[in-house]
Ligand binder design. Sequence first.
Ligand code: IPE
Ligand code: IPE
Ligand code: MG
Length: 245
Amino acid sequence: MTQKEQLNSNIPHHIAIIMDGNGRWAKKKGLLRAIGHENGAKGVQEAVEACTEIGVKYLTLYAFSTENWNRPKREVDALMKLLVNSLKKEVASLQKNNIKLNAIGNLDALPEKVKNELLYVIDQTKDNTQITVTLALSYGSREELIKTVKDISIKVKNNLISPHLINETVISEHLYTKNLPDVDLLIRTSGEQRISNFLLWQIAYAELYFTKILWPDFRKTDLFEAVLNYQQRERRFGKTSEQLS
Ligand code: IPE
Ligand code: IPE
Ligand code: MG
């Protein structure tokens, strides 16, 4: 039986991926880091296809963090250029496969060209229904939480929200992820076992899965393997095992 055939009906609704290891992949081959990023596009394609095949409804991909702005300008420029080119190249296939594109993060920090192309593709694909693929771009969880606190504070000041009514729902509704469900499965490639400022609020009860595969080498079977592993876990949400059965 293939991994895909071994999967049961408990498919995670929302998978998030920290796509890491492009630089090391390139270095191992004696290539420039930018070439590693270019080959990372293969991983994206495989992850999206795999999720579509098994019926995952939300896939969120960490593509560029707020901290990544501190990389050498040459690398940041190469990444931004790659983004525009990929968006241009992929729009037709997103349409064909009924994929809705979405983005989270401080999009105003992106170069005009990237932001415009991104908003264009989001608008073009807004009625698609098979899966929502969210790119986290210039995204940092702490920046998101600061923005959320500011937005809620302004509403409190203008008497639009009263402080004692602030609850989890109010906070969730002010995050960039307001239209997304909580993450069920978080995958990180490249062997690192850390979160790197990704979706801190939204992964409160996610299952974490770490693999040594470098992102450009990530294939559909790797995603199926992660889901198989997820299906062997018991998500207790604070309860006892007996309460669940
Ligand atoms: C992930 O790969 C892509 C981005 C962070 C933009 P890296 O560029 O972090 O690759 P490593 O971790 O240096 O191998
Ligand atoms: C996290 O990877 C960000 C993305 C994958 C976009 P990093 O490579 O930036 O994370 P650290 O610096 O190793 O924690
Ligand atoms: Mg990295």
